[in-house]
Design a binder for this molecule. Structure first.
Ligand code: ADP
Ligand code: ZN
Length: 616
């Protein structure tokens, strides 16, 4: 490749500003993009809403030729292509939903080389007719979205993904980037191997989503609480996850009765009704969807301002994925979980019906982690992130525990005691045996493994077994210990544990008395929920004006509102109040294409608003 070509290649940061109107890359995006542009393979793990798409869209714009994007969901392809086209980027998709005419039009664009990105389903790309045309296309990059579908460990296994390694075999020179939001360790390692990638580098972004507030409310008087929450968010989009199909219908009806624009969604509905509800929600014609967990997979909607779990989910993975659908545009969003012990019993009932014993036990253990999260006396984000193997440096400040913290005491000595017992037991010890060791109880598992010979045997005698139980739970929640489901539920030491044992890191604990008090509170009638952070009151009026304008403009082109601008863009616009086209370009999410198209009506609306304020 001649050197002058490299010099001429557009810089990723410039492309980001020019086409997408964003000033800065999010964590890892730049690294991934540089790696891909150097022609290397990559596996990218980012939480939902983390910004995976730009990791291949920016390289697609930087490179000559065509980027092929493999995506399993037709709805998702359509959204992405619409969003790209709205930014003036030549993109299209091929899948079974196209009419023959539409398909011919896309193929013409392919033939004349005008496309930068082509989205295809795995079935289409592997189908004989398309696969044979591939060698004639100027392929510069292959992106495989939802790459966890390749692994039979994952819960979304798609057999056709298993054949995608043919792409790398056929085009060994074309870099492949595989992307997913699933954090499971077993799946992570399957991806590179099963797709046949060559020395892929694994990029793992933080799973933290600081703009989501986290709260757990007692599960009494749920409807009254939900009504208040929905009215507080009137006009904004939300999802209410329910435990049964029937309750999705009931709640949607009750919400409509109090004036909320709500619909229901579950897998028992006709396919046509389901997709209509989904489309109405995406386009903003329906504000709130009451749904079972069947809803949400692949919905790329930035402005969901709140997610409520009317019933507790069975795993933290599921919970995190579902709340992850809120606030994808980066603006503040609220998440609320209703919790009562009855939900635990319902989930246990489902689990008892599982035939496979190993799977059943794992689900039971995962449910316990979910329950512990709901009852957690420590920062909820800490608990969540430690579950995904991340160590949060500080309490988050944006969860209900942080906003009303319990009193802490120093637990460093207790932690050292427990962690060193795990260390000395060579990390082959579970929670109940560990408590026996700390208490100096010669139970069968202790004597059989010779654990009564450990130096730590009986070191924690002065503390009750019940207190140890609560302490160990907190050590797991704080990310000092990990429960290994693939190795007899044995406790493993984390990097943070090493720091406690060898580097003087201190540990805080909430006392058993405090925990009991807080659990009792959770069983009592709820206090009024606190309002979420919103746009500053002074600018709320302008925000509403801009939102109305966005609605009108979107209706004119018959597209969902977010295709015009996201909530985050309107929030920034309301804060900056641009009065010239140059200033308009400074707004978050405004690129050159959209500036040309929308500067005039928005600037005019802002000027009008300013004038009205002045006249008052
Ligand atoms: P996911 O990882 O779930 O695929 P997306 O790629 O859809 O996430 O990105 C989520 C949202 O974040 C989109 O609205 C996208 O435009 C926005 N986004 C992505 N990267 C950036 C960035 N560097 N700056 C600002 N917004 C970004
Ligand atoms: Zn917190």
């Amino acid at each position: 490749m001649p050197a002058e070509f490299l010099v001429d290649r557009p810089q990723p940061a410039d492309l980001l500003q020019k086409h997408f109107g964003y000033r800065d890359f999010r964590p890892l995006q730049q690294e991934v993009i540089d790696h891909v542009l150097a022609g290397r393979d990559a596996v990218v793990l980012m939480p939902t809403g983390g910004g995976k798409s730009l990791c291949y869209q920016v390289p697609a714009l930087a490179l000559d030729g065509l980027t092929l994007v493999i995506s399993p969901l037709i709805a998702l392809m359509k959204d992405q292509v619409q969003a790209l086209q709205a930014n003036g980027i030549a993109a299209a998709y091929l899948n079974s939903s196209l009419s023959p005419e539409e398909e011919r039009a896309v193929k013409r664009q392919l033939a004349d080389g005008s496309l930068k990105l082509l989205y295809v389903s795995p079935e289409t790309v592997l189908g004989p007719s398309f696969f044979h045309t591939l060698p004639h296309l100027p392929l510069s990059l292959i992106a495989i979205d939802e790459a966890h579908c390749v692994s039979s460990w994952g819960h979304h296994f798609r057999p056709e993904y298993g054949q995608l390694h043919l792409l790398k075999e056929q085009f060994p020179e074309v870099p492949v980037i595989a992307l997913t939001a699933t954090a499971d360790k077993a799946v992570r390692h399957d991806i590179g191997r099963l797709l046949g990638l060559r020395e892929p580098r694994m990029f793992i972004a933080s799973f933290d989503r600081p703009n989501l507030s986290l709260a757990v409310l007692p599960g009494q008087k749920r409807w009254e609480q939900l009504r208040r929450i929905a009215l507080r968010h009137m006009g904004a989009c939300g999802i209410i996850y329910c435990g049964s199909r029937k309750s999705t219908e009931e709640l949607a009806g009750k919400l409509r009765d109090v004036g909320v624009n709500a619909a229901h969604y579950h897998a028992g509905m006709e396919a046509a009704d389901r997709s209509r509800t989904q489309d109405d929600f995406i386009q903003g014609k329906v504000h709130v969807v009451c749904a079972t967990i069947a809803f949400g997979m692949g919905i790329d909607k930035g402005d969901v301002r709140y997610v409520v779990h009317y019933n507790m989910p069975g795993t933290l993975e599921g919970y995190y994925q579902e709340i992850g659908r809120a606030g994808r545009d980066g603006a503040p969003a609220e998440t609320i979980l209703f919790y009562s012990f009855r939900d635990v019993q319902t989930q246990l009932g489902f689990i008892e019906e599982i035939d496979n014993v190993v799977y059943r036990d794992v689900q039971r253990a995962k449910l316990q982690r979910m329950q512990e999260y709901a009852e957690s006396p420590i920062c909820r984000r800490r608990v969540l992130l430690s579950y995904f193997g991340e160590d949060l440096a500080e309490d988050c400040g944006n969860c209900d525990v942080c906003k009303d913290p319990p009193s802490w005491s120093d637990g460093t000595v207790a932690a050292q005691m427990a962690l060193s017992a795990v260390y000395r037991a060579k990390q082959r010890i579970g929670v109940s045996t560990l408590i026996d060791v700390l208490k100096g109880t010669r139970s069968a598992p202790v004597t059989e493994a010779g654990l009564d010979a450990l130096k730590t045997f009986g070191a924690g005698r002065a503390t009750s077994a019940f207190a140890w139980q609560l302490f160990l739970q907190q050590f797991v929640q704080q990310g000092l210990l990990e429960i290994d489901y693939t190795d007899h539920y044995h406790l493993k030491l984390t990097k943070a544990a090493q720091e406690v044992l060898f580097e003087g890191r201190t540990v805080r604990l909430v006392s058993p008395e405090t925990i009991k008090e807080r659990q009792a509170q959770l069983k009592q009638a709820p206090a009024a929920p606190k309002p979420a952070a919103e746009v500053g009151a002074a600018r709320q009026g302008l925000f509403d004006v801009l939102r109305e304008l966005r609605r009108t403009l979107a209706a004119e082109i018959n597209k969902p509102a977010y295709v015009v601008f996201s909530d985050a863009t309107l929030t920034d616009m309301a804060a900056r109040m641009p009065l010239s086209e140059g200033e308009f370009l400074d707004v978050h999410g405004v690129g050159e294409h959209k500036a040309k198209r929308y500067a005039k009506p928005f600037l005019a609306a802002i000027q009008r608003w300013v004038a009205e304020q002045g006249a008052r």
